[in-house]
Ligand binder design. Structure first.
Ligand code: GLU
Length: 471
């Protein structure tokens, strides 16, 4: 690569940054870091009708939390960089200048056709079942008295545009199907297509890496590069992200939400980045867990896949669990789960740590810690139907008095408890699984919990017996 690598993430603050947007930011970031390049954050806020004020702050906070810090561009305070401002609404002079250049060359024009007329032309086309493509020939012939309030359209020449995607290969569009699209709107703001190209040029962007929903606009971009006599960047379109059924596009319900919601639920940014890196890329092996540094070392565009990626939140939970177990010290884990727990639980730190050691394996998200650990801190409500699923309450009560006798005299540690209870099952002539089910539900109110003998030992003799005797 001759030119320095410069890539940008260019969200539009028309809403909150979702998890899919973070995947785009991540691929740009990894590519920049892998090639000693620059990662730029630019805000594309020219759609004033859909502009969401809080969107800007949320984008910055999300990228900050997840750890994708730009080298240049918009940040809490503007980051230094020679190509600013990096907010499009502050760059209107550039778009105006380039639109004027196109007009001067006869490649763009103020469009006189009023929106109502366009609507009726469109309706006519639909009626006649032909595509509607607005062309200069549809303009009134007399020159306007004033161009005030008129949008500027590109005068698309005859011919065709070819462009290449680094992942998907060559594309070709015949200009017959490209309309004279608006480059500057009646309100004086540029359209996305125009501002995007002007800025990528002025900011020396070498690679445009973005979601594949922009493939259909890229012929227009390529044409603009050519007409403006700019060098084209390389284009890389990332595969779309599908919901867990592998058919429909990822929706809000499947987890395509504001990434700060992931923070609130107790996911680690590193786990999310690791998970997102694998949505459309792999290193050619079966490795699944990659540190951020490893991702940077291994990332390359050649391994970005064409086919859609499937977003499976269970896989994310698994990944997060891996990070919790393997990358966090107990102290760090405690700091993370603390906000989700009643303060009183942490008063006896030794006890808390014993419980945590038992439950750590099962915590996949910080917000689950309360439910998982609760049985060691609160007396459970035991559902009688669950308790008596295998045996009736009288039988269970008779077992409990035997359990009391069997464990009262022993040393309360795992193997002793196990031995006493197994012997008891034999003595009672009941299958151990059946007895243990009852004891587990009796002690915790649940069928799923850590190992039974661990539960006894952790709760301690007095508390265990108290719970069983109150059944
Ligand atoms: N502003 C566009 C968006 O909202 C950016 C598209 C691009 O990267 O070119 O996603």
């Amino acid at each position: 690569m001759n030119n320095p690598v410069r890539v940008r993430f260019a969200p539009s603050p028309t809403g909150f940054l979702h998890i899919g947007g973070i995947r785009t930011a991540l691929f740009n970031y990894l590519f920049a870091k892998a090639n000693s390049g620059q990662f730029i954050l630019r805000l594309e806020d020219t759609d004033r009708e859909r502009f969401v004020e809080e969107g800007v702050e949320q984008i910055i906070k999300s990228l900050d939390w997840i750890g994708l810090h730009p080298d240049e561009g918009v940040w809490y305070e503007q980051k230094p960089g020679e190509h600013g401002p990096y907010i499009q609404s502050q760059r209107l002079n550039h778009y105006k200048d380039y639109a004027q250049k196109l007009i001067d060359k006869g490649l763009a024009y103020y469009s006189q056709t009023i929106p109502e007329k366009i609507e009726s032309l469109k309706a006519e086309a639909i009626n006649e079942r032909r595509p509607f493509v607005y062309k200069h020939s549809m303009e009134p012939t007399e020159a306007p008295a004033s161009t005030r309030g008129m949008p500027i359209r590109l005068k698309v020449p005859d011919g065709k545009t070819m462009w290449k995607d680094e992942v998907r290969g060559e594309f070709e569009s015949n200009h017959e199907i490209i309309d004279d699209f608006i480059i500057v709107k009646a309100d004086g703001f540029p359209t996305y297509n125009f501002a995007n190209v002007v800025d990528d040029h002025l900011m020396n962007i070498s690679h445009v890496i973005r979601g594949d929903e922009f493939i259909s606009s890229t012929a227009k971009h390529a044409l603009l590069y050519d007409l403006l006599e700019f060098d084209r960047p390389a284009w890389v379109h990332l595969p779309s992200i599908l919901g867990p059924d592998g058919k429909k596009k990822l929706s809000k319900r499947d987890g395509d939400v504001n990434v700060l919601e992931y923070k609130a639920k107790g996911y680690l940014p590193e786990a999310i980045l690791n998970f997102l890196a694998l949505l459309g890329w792999n290193d050619g092996t079966t490795q699944e867990v990659f540190s951020p540094e490893e991702l940077i070392n291994k990332f390359n565009i050649g391994r970005v896949q064409k086919s859609p990626a499937v977003f499976d939140v269970n896989r994310l939970d698994w990944m997060n669990g891996e990070y919790i177990r393997n990358k966090l010290s107990d102290e760090e884990l405690i700091e993370h789960i603390k906000p989700y727990l009643p303060e009183a639980w942490l008063e006896n730190m030794n006890y808390f740590k014993t419980v945590l050691a038992l439950d750590k394996e099962r915590i996949k998200r910080f917000d689950e810690a309360k439910y998982i650990m609760e049985i060691f801190f609160e007396t459970p409500n035991v559902d009688k139907a669950l308790l008596c699923k295998k045996d009736d309450i009288d039988t269970i009560k008779s077992w409990v008095s035997e359990v009391v006798k069997a464990i009262e005299p022993i040393d309360f540690e795992h193997d002793q408890v196990e031995k006493a209870l197994r012997e008891l099952a034999e003595k009672l002539d009941v299958q151990s699984g059946r007895l243990f089910y009852t004891l587990r539900v009796g002690l915790t109110g649940r069928t799923e919990a850590p190992g039974l003998f661990d539960i006894f030992v952790t709760l301690g003799k007095a508390e265990s017996l108290k719970r069983l005797q109150s059944l």
